[in-house]
Write a protein that binds this ligand. Structure first.
Ligand code: ZN
Ligand code: ZN
Length: 245
């Protein structure tokens, strides 16, 4: 047998760089069928999902906290679907997709999460719109994690990627980090942050939108986006997020 030529080391290094051979969450040996996780972590995600007694409207896990949405629902969106409770695993994933440049991980988590989710939530959706980043932040990060997550979801659901629309809603105000603000402060801070340009209004009139975000905290961002989408004539907005904090 002749000596095997190895034109691939560079590619392999590249692959290891982008796709580490250890589970990104626990450093365990990565599952052969999964580019990012070990089997234990994949199972942990499925358990996280299946143990949620999620309210069909607000997606609050009723095992953890009573939901009050039947008494007080003051959101402009129709309902929320959060795939996972915000545990250590989900928090690690979110950290990687937001701050560690792991755009493909955002895609992957969408792709493997899609089969867990109730199909009827997506049945009449016309457009999937990821929560947009401000241009300055998108440039710094190099990608929008919500867009990659949405892309993975669509692929996992078997829907046409043409339904993903990143051109309809823009973030025109750089609000900075909102982590220290409460909901009212966030809403105030987000006033005028999202906009649909008048040229898109005809296309959006009467459409049903799934707004896609990575993490839902107070719901203020989703609320601000929804208000703008409804103002532009969309018939309804549903929110889908990876995790509910
Ligand atoms: Zn793991
Ligand atoms: Zn509820």
């Amino acid at each position: 047998m002749g000596k095997q030529k190895t034109p691939l080391p560079f590619l392999r290094r590249l692959e290891d760089f982008f796709i580490p051979s250890m589970c990104i969450i626990c450093d365990g040996a990565r599952d052969r069928d999964d580019n990012w996780f070990c089997q234990i972590c994949v199972d942990a995600l499925a358990v996280n999902y299946s143990r949620r007694d999620a309210c069909p409207r607000c997606s609050q896990n009723r095992r953890k906290r009573e939901c009050a949405c039947e008494l007080a629902w003051d959101y402009p969106f129709e309902k929320v679907l959060s795939a996972y409770d915000y545990d250590d695993t989900v928090s690690a994933i979110v950290h990687h997709i937001k701050y560690k440049g792991k755009s493909q991980l955002a895609y992957h988590i969408g792709f493997i999460t899609a089969p867990l989710l109730p199909r009827e939530f997506f049945s009449e959706i016309n457009f999937y719109i990821p929560v947009p980043l401000h241009k300055a932040r998108a440039q710094r990060r190099g990608y929008n994690q919500a867009e990659y997550f949405a892309r993975g979801l669509l692929r996992g659901l078997g829907h046409d990627l043409k339904m993903l629309r990143t051109d309809l809603l823009a973030r025109v105000k750089n609000t900075g980090t909102q982590t220290k603000l409460d909901k009212d402060e966030r809403l105030k801070n987000l006033d005028g942050a999202f906009t649909v340009s008048p040229g898109n209004i005809i296309e959006m009139t009467g459409k049903r939108v799934a707004l896609v975000d990575d993490v839902m905290t107070t719901g203020a961002t989703a609320e601000a986006c929804t208000e703008e989408l409804l103002r532009a004539g969309c018939a309804s907005v549903r929110v889908v997020s990876l995790g509910k904090r």
